[in-house]
Design a protein around this ligand. Structure first.
Ligand code: MN
Length: 270
């Protein structure tokens, strides 16, 4: 029996994912597909930068089978009754032109309000309009995204080597970002802008993506949830039947599932 089969499927009321960057070579479509095949939910929110049109325009069309399989998985869910809501981001902004429409059962919206099982209302948006780097300077954004692409490639090779030595997935980019003071300040400013927006909208909290930094934090009564990304950290925000919100770091969950199944296979677990 494979390790996933032991706990499959994990059931949630809703799941939020963003920044999957399909079409970009740094996308962890393998982890994402594994995640999607292991979970079920009533509502799936795609919180932007799902398909990386920017990157495909720059480097030409890349559409590996694993990226295609992710899209097929999502479309199949929509056909089978999962509510799928797609909020385009800045890397897939061309889909914003289709806001208000439903394509293949996927509703496209610029923003959404999610009502949790416990009645809390959350504003769901990608968040790029609050990114001062993107807003103020397109050049800075481009330079940033090039450096970022380089970092992601380096990350890929680090992890290929770690794989050879049977080490778990580790994000070089996330590691470096957390060590840079400017980046921490930038994250803080971004959070503050979004919390302000949620307050204006009169909701209890918000769900966003964009900055590839997964987090749940309560800031003076407003809940800030960032669902992370599938380029570096492989994270999703999930809501339980009772309305409890938590972050799943899929590479960690995978390791846990793997060790549990090893235990079972060895007859060590009850
Ligand atoms: Mn974005």
């Amino acid at each position: 029996m494979s390790d996933v089969e032991l706990l499959k499927p994990l059931r949630y009321r809703s799941i939020f994912i963003s920044d999957t960057h399909l079409g970009f070579s740094g996308a962890r479509a393998d982890f994402l597909l594994d995640f999607l095949e292991s979970v079920q939910c009533d509502t799936l929110y795609l919180v932007g930068d799902i398909i990386d049109i920017w990157e495909m325009r720059r480097r030409g069309l890349r559409w590996p089978d694993s990226h295609n399989a992710v899209v097929q998985n999502i479309l199949k869910r929509a056909r089978n009754g999962t509510r799928v809501i797609y909020i385009p981001g800045n890397h897939d902004e061309m889909f914003r032109d289709y806001a208000g429409m439903s394509i293949e059962g996927v509703s496209i919206e610029l923003r959404a309000i999610h009502e949790c099982a416990d009645g809390r209302r959350l504003l769901v948006l990608h968040g790029d309009e609050f990114d001062t780097v993107v807003q103020c300077s397109r050049l800075a954004a481009r330079l940033g995204s090039r450096m970022y692409a380089w970092l992601i490639r380096a990350n890929h090779w680090v992890n290929r080597i770690r794989q050879v030595f049977n080490r778990p997935y580790w994000s070089l980019a996330a590691h470096l970002k957390h060590r840079t003071k400017n980046v921490m300040q930038y994250i803080a400013n971004y959070e503050e802008a979004l919390i302000h927006e949620a307050r204006q909208a009169g909701v209890d909290g918000l769900v966003c993506g964009h900055i590839h930094h997964a987090e749940i934090t309560d800031q003076s009564g407003v809940l800030y949830c960032n669902d992370g990304d599938w380029v570096e950290s492989c994270t999703a925000l999930v809501e339980s039947r009772a309305g409890h919100l938590e972050l799943l770091r899929w590479s960690d969950v995978r390791e846990t599932l793997k060790s549990t199944s090893d235990d079972v296979a060895d007859g060590r677990a009850a």
